[in-house]
Design a protein around this ligand. Structure first.
Ligand SMILES: Cc1cc2nc3c(=O)[nH]c(=O)nc-3n(C[C@H](O)[C@H](O)[C@H](O)COP(=O)(O)OP(=O)(O)OC[C@H]3O[C@@H](n4cnc5c(N)ncnc54)[C@H](O)[C@@H]3O)c2cc1C
Length: 431
C-alpha cells in the first residue's frame, strides 16, 4: 500500500466511523476554556467540562484524532513501566499512591466512559497479556506482576501450554494477564469523544493551528491564521506534536516514533488460533512488540520506529517482529503500514504543568496514552473546575527538561539499532 506522507494512511482511517464535519475557526470568539489539541487528552477534557456547563472551544491544526490518538495500537494497558514502590519513592507518599491507583484504574475508567456515552469504537475488554521470552524478561514480568497485583491490579500469571494457546504461538513462555485491559478502534474512539463533547456543547474547530498565545487583561488570547479565542483558561493537549507556542513545553518531552503494520484479514482458522480470546499482547523487549486483532479480522502489529511514515527499515522491523511472534505470518501478509509520534518523559510518567495562571498542560504518557490520556483529560478538567492542585490525581510539576534529548535526529535510528542488538543478545544468551 502506498504511503501518502501528508495524510496518515492507516488501517484505522480505512475502518473508522465517519469524521465529524467541522469548520475552521473564523473571527474572534470568547469561551471559558480553550483547548489546543483534539486527541484523547483534549477531547476528554472538553467532554468533562462541557457536560458541567463550561463553555469550551477546541482547536486542532488538523482534525480530531490526527495525532497519536488516531494512529496508535488501540491497546488499553493499565500499568506503568515502573514498579509501584519506585513510583511512590519518586513521587512521595501523597501523589505516588495516587499515580499507582490512576494506572491501575485507568482501563476501567476508559471502558466506563465509553459505555456511559455509548461511544462506537469496537471497545473490547478481554484482558492484556504481557509476555516474556527470555530469563531476564520473565523475571521482570513476574516482579512487576507481583508488585502491581499487591497494589490492586486484577492480574494473574499464565505460562506454558496455556499461554501458547492464548497467544497462538510459542513466542512467550510466561505472561502477566490484566483482565481489565483491552482494545479500541482508536480513531473511532477519538471521533466519538468529539461527537460526545459537541453534543454537550463544546465547539470544536479543525484545521486551526494555534500560532500564538498572549495575555490580554484577565484572559489569554490564542490566535490562528483566521481567528482568535479569548478565555480564562488555555489547555495545551498537544503531547508529542507540541510546538513552540508555549515556551518550554516541547523541551519537556522527547517525541518517539511508533510504527504499525496490519495484515490481510486472517482466515477463519488463523483467527481462531491467533489470540483466540481477543486479548491484547505486548512484551518487554527494549524495542517492544505489541499486537491485537481488530474487528475486520486483521492482526495489527507494532514496534518502535525511526520514521513516523514507517519507511523501509521500520517496515522490515515490523516484518521480522511479526514473523518472530507469529511464525505462521510473514511480510507477504501485511497490507498496511503507518506510524506516529508519542511523548516520553524523563521519569516515564505523565506530566501535568501549570506554568502560569490559567495555563495547563497534560502530556507524556510513554506509550500508555490510550488509557492515561483519557484519564489526564479528566484531571485537567477537574483543575479548571476548581480542584486544588494538591487534590488532583496527578501532581503539578514544573517542566523537567529532557537534557539528553536522546531520541532525536541521527541519534534515534542508532539507538533503535543498539537496543535491537541488545534484545538479540538477550535472546541468544538468556533463553
Ligand atoms: C503508532 C503509535 C502506537 C501507539 N500505541 C499505543 C497503544 O497501543 N496504547 C497506548 O496506550 N498508547 C499508544 N500510543 C500512545 C498514545 O497514542 C498517545 O499517548 C495518546 O494518543 C496521546 O494523546 P494526546 O491527545 O495527548 O495527543 P495526540 O493524540 O498526539 O494529539 C495532539 C494534537 O495536538 C494537535 N496540535 C499540536 N500543535 C497544535 C497547535 N499549535 N495548534 C492546534 N493543534 C495542535 C495535533 O494536530 C494533534 O492532533 C501509541 C502512539 C503511536 C504514535
Amino acid at each position: 500500500m502506498s504511503i501518502n506522507q501528508t495524510e496518515t494512511p492507516s488501517l484505522w482511517r480505512e475502518t473508522a466511523i465517519a469524521a465529524p464535519i467541522l469548520e475552521k475557526l473564523n473571527g474572534e470568539i470568547t469561551a471559558d476554556v480553550t483547548i489546543i489539541g483534539a486527541g484523547f487528552t483534549g477531547l476528554r477534557a472538553a467532554l468533562e467540562l462541557a457536560q458541567q456547563g463550561t463553555s469550551v472551544a477546541v482547536l486542532d491544526s488538523h482534525e480530531p484524532g490526527w495525532g497519536a490518538s488516531g494512529r496508535n495500537g488501540g491497546q488499553v494497558n493499565p500499568m506503568a513501566h515502573e514498579l509501584p514502590e519506585n513510583i511512590i519513592k519518586h513521587m512521595g507518599d501523597t501523589f505516588g499512591p495516587r499515580m499507582v491507583q490512576s494506572y491501575a484504574n485507568s482501563a476501567n475508567e476508559l471502558f466506563e466512559l465509553i459505555k456511559k456515552h455509548d461511544l462506537q469504537c469496537h471497545a473490547t475488554q478481554n484482558g492484556w497479556l504481557r509476555g516474556g521470552h527470555t530469563r531476564h524478561s520473565i523475571k521482570h514480568i513476574e516482579e512487576m506482576a507481583k508488585a502491581w497485583a499487591a497494589n490492586g491490579l486484577d492480574l494473574t500469571i499464565v505460562e506454558g501450554t496455556e499461554l501458547h494457546k492464548l497467544v497462538g504461538s510459542k513466542a512467550y513462555n510466561l505472561a502477566s494477564k490484566v483482565s481489565s485491559g483491552g482494545s479500541v478502534q482508536p480513531l473511532s474512539y477519538a471521533r466519538e469523544l468529539c461527537r460526545a463533547a459537541q453534543e454537550k456543547g463544546a465547539k470544536i474547530f479543525s484545521h486551526s493551528k494555534v500560532n500564538s498565545l498572549e495575555r490580554k487583561g484577565n484572559n489569554w488570547q490564542v490566535q490562528t491564521d483566521f481567528g482568535k479565542i479569548n478565555s480564562e483558561w488555555v489547555l495545551f493537549c498537544t503531547n508529542a506534536y507540541s510546538d513552540t507556542t508555549l515556551k518550554g513545553l516541547k523541551q519537556s518531552i522527547s517525541p518517539v516514533v511508533s510504527v504499525q503494520a496490519a495484515t490481510r484479514p486472517l482466515t477463519d482458522e488463523e483467527y481462531e488460533q491467533i489470540l483466540p480470546q481477543n486479548n491484547t499482547l505486548s512484551d518487554n523487549r527494549r524495542v517492544v512488540f505489541y499486537t491485537r486483532k481488530e474487528e475486520n479480522k486483521r492482526l495489527v502489529f507494532g514496534s518502535i520506529g525511526v520514521s513516523q511514515f514507517c519507511n523501509g527499515s521500520d517496515q522490515q522491523r515490523l516484518q521480522r517482529g511479526l514473523h518472530k511472534v507469529f511464525p505462521q505470518l510473514s511480510a507477504k501478509d501485511i497490507e498496511f503500514y503507518w506510524g506516529g509520534k508519542l511523548a516520553v518523559t524523563p521519569d516515564a510518567l505523565p506530566h501535568l504543568h501549570e506554568p502560569a495562571k490559567g495555563i495547563l498542560t497534560g502530556l507524556g504518557y510513554n506509550g500508555r496514552g490510550v488509557a492515561m490520556a483519557t484519564l489526564m483529560g479528566r484531571v485537567l478538567a477537574a483543575r479548571v473546575s476548581g480542584t486544588a492542585p494538591n487534590d488532583l490525581d496527578i501532581p503539578t510539576t514544573s517542566y523537567g527538561s529532557f537534557k539528553l534529548r536522546p531520541f532525536h535526529g541521527i541519534g534515534f535510528p542508532a539507538m533503535v539499532k543498539y537496543y535491537e542488538a541488545r534484545d538479540s543478545l538477550d535472546e541468544r544468551f538468556s533463553k
